[in-house]
Ligand binder design. Structure first.
Ligand SMILES: Nc1nc2c(ncn2[C@@H]2O[C@H](COP(=O)(O)OP(=O)(O)OP(=O)(O)O)[C@@H](O)[C@H]2O)c(=O)[nH]1
Length: 878
């Protein structure tokens, strides 16, 4: 037996299952639900029952169709309506859900209202048709049931809708809350940015700001201008969202230069975040608050607008603008002269003060005594150098002094050669430089170290004045150092001290006994006779010289000698000239620096300090200095390092430049620069007669303001001593019938000493004279070269007046000066602008020729005018 389920049958009959269940129950069938089964018979019974109903209604509708009544129309409409309604309902199901998602503003109440209206309408229509037509009533019942089902569905949907929105109302509220918080954060962040900008202090964002910003950026989606507050709960409409993102991106970009507007999407937000930082940086620069001007504009030479801007607390552009307004066209990097800076300062209403940077590399300034130093001056031992001719007994005398007064009384004391030593005579110290002879002395002088206070000139009584004696005298004179003459070897049988006195008188060393002021002591270095008297005389002379120094200040002095010791490193003998040198003192020595690590005196004893005129050997320098280098003690090692390095740098530069000495070629340059008021000359000749003749001739040369000073003249070859003297005294060596020794030539080359060799006296004299005169400022003299007569005038509108002239006398040149003379009166003086012979440009037109000439910037030339042509000629100084 075929059985059929209620819902299948309902489907077949196109009626709701429930209606069918009810019907089946009314027909007495055992049916409980739509899942209940009915037999085929029962099924047919139900079908028949429904078909009958349907036929009934069909017959009614057919009848109505024949007599088309308004009710039919209405029914038709009703059916159509219902049909539509059905489809609308099904759509409504979707619509509700969609609407609930997309258009939450369409409130449930509104929906309910609409649906109720529809229902009412349906009821109204149905009610009307019920009154009119019973069959319709039956149909209505069907529709009524359907409407009920729809109603239930709608209710369910409504509940679902409400439930959904009820549930969603909480997150919505939370979102609203969050949104409010984010909004607040944005405002705070914005406020911070503004504050930061105003304060100028903070360009970069703090972490907090950044995190806030990030949040703000994220929160931007909560700030969408969407009226539909439920949008977040729908399936995102990506297209729209992207559009919105683009919108916000754009709008954010637009607002980039104002304040940051959180962007829609995160990436854009991140990008914008960076832009925000940039924007803030930019803003911070532009709204920089001006700092007050300083009271004084302290500037150094060559400052530019940028440097001045920093000092004045102004933008360099402002400085440039201001200078422009003051009539100075410049840029930010261009150096400004002192006057411009002063004017600028005045314009700003501040005082200008130029600061001359201190030359840290200059050691000489530390040798100058301040007023304080002068208050502390105390007597100091004299520094003595022994000079004299070979074998006259210099070394013997030094040894005698050393052993008599140095090692004496110091059992086991080892005399150490450190280049200088001190002797004690009656409680007074005398410092002797240990290298005898004038070479070392001159070498020191040549290097700018005048450490010697006194010279002891040793002359052997049996030998008399010899060439090196004279050299020594000249060196002493050049150094302006007083001389004490020690006439030595008086113990020798052939000794003749008086003869020595006589000889020396010729060199302006006249004994006191003879009315002069030179101290003479007759001694025997070998026996020690009168050696102490020499020492006493030295002290006497020192008293006359009033040798003083300030022992309280920081030490300065000179290197006597220096070497590299294998075990101790650089070792230098220093002569303290001012102040007191202590172990541990940071110092600069020449072009090196260091700290006094150890200090030893001339007797090999360790000492902790050294007072003025004391020679000490020190260790602790970085490199070996040169003899005659100066040393200066500084406050700290940092400064000494700085100065030492600066000096080393300069020395390197100087090495590259050749030492400048006076030569015949640069003689006049030196004279006109004011370096020279006298030309120092050394004369060496083959015979004494020539030496004298040259000396006298040279000394007679008369050139305004300058004279020749023969600092040394002697017979013999030009030797190293001559060269070193010339180097020290900036002298020119003139050799007559003599040649320099190879060593002297080498030294002259290295020291750039000019040696001039002659064999005709006149030539030697003329060379010096012309060198002195020839480089004088050139004097120009006018020389008239020709006379012309103007014979014709050609006036050319674009050029001016061309004077057709005849050269009566001499010549006229293109670069000649011309005078236009009319009736014996000079009308105009100027230059030619063109000179032609016929149509050709020429350089010169001679007498007897015609020419066409034009005078520069002058056209008032008339026929019969005379033209005088002249040139300026250089004439040599008288
Ligand atoms: N009789 C005598 N001989 C002396 C005296 N002084 C030096 N002599 C001797 O003269 C010689 C030369 O003496 P030095 O002291 O070497 O002379 P110097 O001037 O130092 O010589 P150089 O170093 O060559 O320049 C030596 O043999 C000495 O012994 C003296 O007073 N009397």
């Amino acid at each position: 037996m075929v059985k059929i389920r209620i819902y299948e049958l309902a489907k077949e009959l196109n009626i709701p299952s429930k209606e069918l269940v009810d019907k089946a129950k009314s027909l007495g069938m055992d049916v409980k639900s739509h899942m209940s089964v009915v037999t085929e018979t029962e099924s047919n019974k139900i079908k028949q029952n429904f078909v009958k109903k349907a036929n009934d209604s069909k017959s009614v509708s057919n009848k109505k169709a024949v007599n088309k009544t308004p009710n039919d129309e209405l029914n038709k409409n009703h059916q159509a309506q219902n049909k539509n309604k059905g489809s609308q309902d099904s759509k409504a199901k979707i619509k509700i859900s969609v609407k609930s998602i997309r258009k939450p503003n369409t409130s449930p109440q509104n929906n309910k209202k609409n649906r109720d209206n529809n229902l009412k309408k349906n009821f109204k229509n149905n009610h009307t048709s019920d009154n009119k037509n019973n069959s319709f009533n039956k149909t209505h019942k069907t529709f009524d049931a359907k409407a009920q089902a729809d109603s239930i569905k709608r209710r369910q949907n409504k509940e679902l809708y409400e439930k959904t929105f009820e549930n969603s109302s909480n997150p919505q509220k939370e979102l609203d809350k969050k949104r409010a918080v984010k909004q607040k954060n944005i405002h705070e962040a914005a406020k911070k940015i503004v504050d930061n900008t105003n304060n100028k202090t903070k360009i970069k964002l703090s972490n907090t700001d950044r995190s806030n910003d990030r949040e703000n950026v994220n929160s931007s989606k909560y700030r969408q201008p969407v009226n539909n507050s439920h949008k977040e709960f729908t399936k995102p409409d990506l297209k729209k969202e992207n559009q919105a993102g683009e919108f916000w991106k754009k709008s954010s970009n637009k607002k980039k230069n104002t304040q940051s507007e959180p962007t829609f999407n995160k990436r854009a937000g991140h990008k914008n975040h960076k832009q925000k930082i940039k924007t803030k940086t930019k803003v911070a620069v532009t709204v920089r608050k001006e700092r007050p001007l300083p009271d004084i504009l302290q500037y150094t030479e060559g400052m530019n607008a940028q440097d001045l801007g920093k000092i004045l607390h102004r933008e360099p552009t402002e400085i440039v603008k201001k200078l422009f307004m003051l009539g100075v066209m410049t840029n930010q990097n261009q150096s400004l002269d002192d006057d411009t800076i002063e004017i600028l300062a005045t314009d700003y209403g501040v005082d200008a003060q130029k600061i001359v940077p201190e030359d840290i590399g200059d050691l000489d300034k530390y040798f100058e005594l301040s007023d304080d130093d002068k208050k502390n001056l105390k007597k100091r031992p004299p520094v003595v150098t022994i000079m004299g001719h070979v074998d006259h007994g210099k070394t013997t005398l030094l040894d005698r002094l050393r052993h008599t007064h140095v090692t004496e009384g110091e059992a086991g004391g080892i005399t150490q050669h450190i280049g200088a030593y001190q002797v004690d005579i009656n409680g007074r110290l005398i410092t002797f430089l240990d290298t005898p002879g004038h070479e070392a002395f001159t070498e020191m002088r040549a290097r700018g170290a005048d450490v010697t206070d006194l010279i002891v000139l040793v002359v052997a009584a049996d030998d008399g004045v010899m060439p090196q004696t004279i050299e020594a005298i000249n060196h002493a004179k050049a150094a302006k150092v007083p001389v004490i003459v020690a006439v030595n070897k008086i113990d020798k049988p052939g000794a003749n001290p008086n003869h020595v006195m006589e000889q020396l008188s010729e060199y302006e060393l006249i004994p006191e006994d003879w009315g002069g002021n030179t101290i003479f002591v007759n001694i025997s270095a070998k026996t020690g006779q009168n050696v102490d008297e020499v020492l006493e005389m030295i002290n006497l002379q020192a008293d006359i010289l009033e040798l003083q120094a300030d022992p309280n200040r920081k030490a300065v002095g000179t290197v006597i000698e220096a070497k590299l010791d294998k075990g101790r490193g650089p070792v230098a003998t220093l002569l303290v000239q001012q102040g007191t040198l202590h172990v541990g003192d940071p110092l600069v020595v020449g072009n090196t620096f260091g700290r006094v690590r150890s200090m030893t005196n001339d007797r090999g004893r360790r000492v902790k300090s050294a007072t003025p005129s004391t020679p000490v050997e020190i260790t602790g320098l970085n490199t070996v200095p040169d003899s005659a280098d100066k040393f200066v003690v500084f406050d700290d090692e940092k400064t000494s390092r700085q100065v030492g390095e600066e000096r080393a740098k300069r020395a390197e530069l100087n090495d590259r430049q050749k030492a400048h000495h006076v030569t015949i070629d640069n003689l006049f340059d030196s004279m006109s620069e004011g370096e020279l008021k006298e030309v120092a000359v050394i004369i060496k000749a083959d015979v004494q007669g020539t030496v004298e003749a040259l000396r006298q001739s040279l000394e007679k040369i008369e050139v305004k303001g300058v004279r020749v000073n023969v600092i040394h003249s002697a017979v013999g070859a030009i030797n190293e001593s001559d060269v070193s003297l010339a180097a020290a005294g900036n002298a020119i060596i003139i050799g007559f019938n003599v040649r320099p020794t190879s060593q002297a030539q080498q030294e002259a080359d290295s020291e750039s000493v000019d040696i001039r060799l002659h064999n005709v006296i006149y030539n030697a004299i003329e060379e010096i004279e012309s060198a002195m005169k020839g480089m004088l400022e050139p004097v120009y003299q006018e020389k008239v070269t020709g006379n012309l007569t103007v014979r014709e005038i050609f006036k050319v509108s674009k050029l001016g007046t061309i004077a057709g002239s005849f050269v009566d006398q001499g010549f006229i040149q293109k670069d000649s000066g011309v005078r236009l003379i009319r009736n014996g009166v000079v009308i105009y003086e100027g230059k030619l602008s063109s000179l032609k012979h016929y149509k050709d440009d020429v350089k010169e037109v001679k007498a007897g020729n015609e020419c066409g000439l034009m005078i520069e910037n002058y056209n008032d030339i008339k026929v019969e005018d005379q033209i005088e042509a002249f040139i300026m000629e250089e004439v040599s100084a008288e």
